[in-house]
Design a protein around this ligand. Structure first.
Ligand SMILES: NC(=O)c1ccc[n+]([C@@H]2O[C@H](COP(=O)([O-])OP(=O)(O)OC[C@H]3O[C@@H](n4cnc5c(N)ncnc54)[C@H](OP(=O)(O)O)[C@@H]3O)[C@@H](O)[C@H]2O)c1
Length: 310
C-alpha cells in the first residue's frame, strides 16, 4: 500500500485508509466485525478513522480489540463532540470538560495510551469560535493523551476557519459528485501544509454505480443516502461516469483514485461494510486514473457546476 506523510502532523498514513462508521452496525455482534478490520490490516492499511459516537462506541471497541493484537504500528483517528449514547448529532458540543471526559472512554475502548489524531466531530464555525475546546486540546497534548488535534469539518467554512487558526489536520468531504472543496479549502490546506483526509469518497456508496437512477433505493439500503431530487440528480450523473469502468478499475475505485489525485489530499477513508467492499476499496491503491479519464471527469464537473446544483 502506498503511504504518505499526513501534512504538518508528520504521521505516516496509507493513501487508501479505512472509515469505520459501519463497524458494530445495529443488529450485529461486535465479534462479527473483527475479520473486516483484520482483512484491512493484512492488506496493508495502517490508518483508520472512527468516532466515539459510531454505533455507541462499538466501532472504537472493535478497532481497539483487533489493532491491540496486531504486531505493527497502526494509526487511529477518533472524534469527540457527538454524544456517545444518543448519537445526537444536532446537540453536539465542544466544551473542554466534555472532551476531557470523552477522551478517557475512547482511550479505554481503543486500548491505547494516546490517540494519534483527535478530532472535533463536525463543529460549526460558531462552535469553533465560542466553545472552549482549544483548552482541552492543549491539555491533552501536554498530557500525551492526544498526539495531534484537528477537526472533521461540518462544511468548508469550518475547514477554512480551522486552517486559519493553525489546526494541523482536517477531515473533509470531497468526491467526484461534489468537488467544491477545491474552490477554497483544498488550495488553502496545500498552502498551510494541513493534513487532509477525505471522507465520503464514494458519496455514501452512490459512486459505486450499484443504484439505478430510475429506481428508489430500498428502505433497508437507504442508510444515510440523499433522497428525492438530489438522489436522482446524483445517480443520473453517476451513469455519465460509466466510461471509468475498465479492466483493472471499477467505478468505485475510479472515485477513490479521483480524490487522491488532488495535491492537497493525503488519504481517502472509504467506509466498508463487507469483505468484498473492503477488497475493492483497497484495490484502488493498485492504480491511478489516466489523464484522459481525469480530463473527462473535469469536463463533466464543469457541466454539472453550470447546472447550479451538486
Ligand atoms: N461528520 C463526520 O465526521 C463523518 C461523516 C461521515 C463519514 N465520516 C467518516 O468517513 C468515512 C467514509 O464515509 P461513508 O462511509 O459515510 O461514505 P463512503 O465511504 O462514501 O461510502 C461508504 C459506504 O458505501 C458502501 N460501499 C463501500 N465500498 C463499496 C464498494 N466497493 N462497493 C459497493 N458499495 C460500497 C457501503 O455502504 P452499503 O453497504 O450500505 O451500500 C459503505 O458503508 C466513514 O466511515 C467515517 O469514518 C465522518
Amino acid at each position: 500500500m502506498r503511504t504518505t506523510v499526513f501534512g504538518a502532523t508528520g504521521v505516516t498514513v496509507t493513501r487508501v485508509s479505512m472509515g469505520c462508521n459501519r463497524l458494530g452496525d445495529p443488529g450485529t455482534k461486535v465479534e462479527d466485525w473483527y475479520p473486516l478490520v483484520r482483512q484491512a490490516l493484512e492488506a496493508g492499511v495502517t490508518f483508520f478513522d472512527t468516532s466515539q459516537s459510531y454505533n455507541q462506541g462499538r466501532s472504537e471497541e472493535i478497532l481497539g480489540y483487533v489493532t491491540s493484537q496486531w504486531r505493527s504500528p497502526v494509526t487511529i483517528a477518533t472524534k469527540a463532540g457527538v454524544p456517545i449514547v444518543t448519537d445526537d448529532f444536532p446537540h453536539r458540543s465542544f466544551q473542554e470538560a466534555g472532551i476531557l471526559q470523552s477522551v478517557e472512554g475512547s482511550l479505554r475502548r481503543l486500548r491505547r495510551e494516546a490517540i494519534d489524531l483527535y478530532q472535533l466531530h463536525s463543529p460549526t464555525v460558531e462552535q469553533l469560535e465560542h466553545q472552549d475546546w482549544a483548552a482541552a486540546f492543549d491539555r491533552l497534548k501536554r498530557d500525551g493523551k492526544a498526539l495531534h488535534c484537528g477537526i472533521s469539518t461540518s462544511d468548508h467554512a469550518s475547514g477554512v476557519w480551522a486552517i486559519q487558526h493553525g489546526l494541523e489536520f482536517l477531515q473533509v468531504e470531497y468526491n467526484i459528485l461534489d468537488p467544491t472543496a477545491e474552490d477554497e479549502l483544498l488550495p488553502l490546506a496545500l498552502q498551510h501544509h494541513t493534513g487532509i483526509m477525505v471522507r465520503l469518497p464514494l458519496a455514501r456508496g452512490l459512486l459505486t454505480g450499484k443504484f439505478a437512477p430510475d429506481q428508489p433505493i430500498p428502505p433497508e439500503q437507504q442508510w444515510r443516502r440523499p433522497r428525492g431530487e438530489q438522489l436522482v440528480r446524483r445517480l443520473t450523473r453517476v451513469e455519465q461516469l460509466r466510461f471509468l469502468e475498465r479492466p483493472g478499475q471499477t467505478l468505485a475505485q475510479a472515485a477513490i483514485r479521483f480524490v487522491l489525485r488532488h495535491p492537497a489530499v493525503h488519504c481517502a477513508i472509504p467506509g466498508a461494510r463487507t469483505a468484498e467492499q473492503l477488497a475493492s476499496n483497497v484495490g484502488a491503491d493498485a492504480g491511478d486514473l489516466t489523464d484522459d479519464e481525469y480530463q473527462r471527469i473535469r469536463a463533466l464537473q464543469t457541466q454539472w457546476r453550470s447546472e447550479g446544483a451538486w
